[in-house]
Design a binder for this molecule. Structure first.
Ligand code: CP
Ligand code: NVA
Length: 306
């Protein structure tokens, strides 16, 4: 049976722990120049309908380092743009490729693709979720904090796709997650409720960024206007006033707290220049770890779990 990652709910705690261990050992192998090539002869299509620097390049490099071949497929260059049904596209691509990595707007479209494809479909960001981002971010938390258990993670900012995947991860792994979001920009209620109902995590909403940041081990933020929300940028800047991760907010966190951002960042908006470039920022490790986690995900879905 093929396995997809449409949301983190497609994985259980054991599987996420496997990916964490595997990504860390793949990283060690790579640093020692001892890459293995388990995906020789395999190819993966990257079907992207939104811009990307990190996710695209890290998935492509991951596939190459594992001995396989990545193929970038801009949606605008396919017949999807001329309304060929997703069901037809997914079945055709399944006859050529061994996996699909998909970045698009609609979560439903991605799930339809997974339903029709005979090959694993991996969510590389939709308007609703960014599961692989959170997998690599937890890898960074494990590296920095020695594990994820008991680590207090504070999300400051928009209740967006990245926040939603953190909420899912908290429910599956039992994370301690507190979110501070301006009113009108809270996480999706159903996503929150499902996590609270099914999960084992401690998931809370804070009234202010200060309340969330207090004593936190990880301060995490993301852009105030996500891809597709560009026209709301000005309005959002007003709504998010006071939600910047700056030196004052970092001072409220635990003394050895780390600051995370999935990037791209807007310095002077959701994060100050000083914090982004400061000693507590781990954003470059975070970006690097996308490569190692994507290798773990590709190896698991295309080989180990097939
Ligand atoms: N963090 C992240 O997904 O970055 P890209 O948009 O550059 O892929
Ligand atoms: N929330 C952001 C994440 C970018 C990686 C967006 O969707 O644009």
């Amino acid at each position: 049976m093929k396995k997809d990652i449409t949301t983190l709910w497609d994985l259980n705690k054991q599987e996420i722990d496997h990916l964490l261990n595997s990504s860390i050992s793949l990283k060690n192998d790579h640093k020692q120049g001892a890459d293995k090539h388990p995906l020789v002869g395999k190819s993966v299509g990257l079907v992207f309908d939104k811009p990307s620097t990190r996710t695209r390049v890290s998935f492509e490099a991951a596939m190459i380092q594992l001995g396989g071949v990545p193929m970038y497929i801009n949606v605008g260059d396919t017949q999807l743009i001329r309304n060929e049904p997703v069901s037809d596209t997914a079945r055709v691509l399944s006859r050529y490729l061994d996996g699909l990595v998909v970045r698009t707007y609609s979560q439903q479209l991605l799930e339809d693709m997974a339903q029709w494809a005979d090959i694993p479909v991996i969510n590389a960001l939709t308007d609703l979720y960014h599961p692989c981002q959170i997998l690599s971010d937890i890898m960074t938390v494990v590296e920095q904090k020695g594990g994820y258990k008991g680590v207090r993670i504070a999300w400051i900012g928009d209740g967006n796709n990245v926040a939603h995947s953190w909420i899912n991860a908290a429910a599956i792994l039992g994370l301690d997650l507190v979110l501070a979001c301006p009113s009108g920009h809270q996480p999706n209620r159903q996503i929150m409720q499902k996590a609270l109902d099914k999960g084992i995590g401690k998931i809370q909403l804070a009234k202010t960024p200060q309340e969330a940041a207090k004593g936190a081990d990880v301060l995490y933020t993301d852009v105030w206007a996500s891809m597709g929300q560009e026209t709301e940028s000005a309005l959002r800047k007003t709504a998010f006033e006071g939600f910047a991760v700056d030196e004052k907010l970092v001072a409220l966190a635990a003394p050895k707290a780390i600051v995370m951002h999935c990037l791209p960042a807007h310095r002077g908006e959701e994060i100050s220049h000083e914090v982004m470039e400061g000693p507590q920022s781990v954003v470059w490790d975070q970006a690097e770890n996308k490569l190692h986690m994507h290798k773990a995900v590709l190896e698991a879905l295309l080989k180990t779990w097939r």
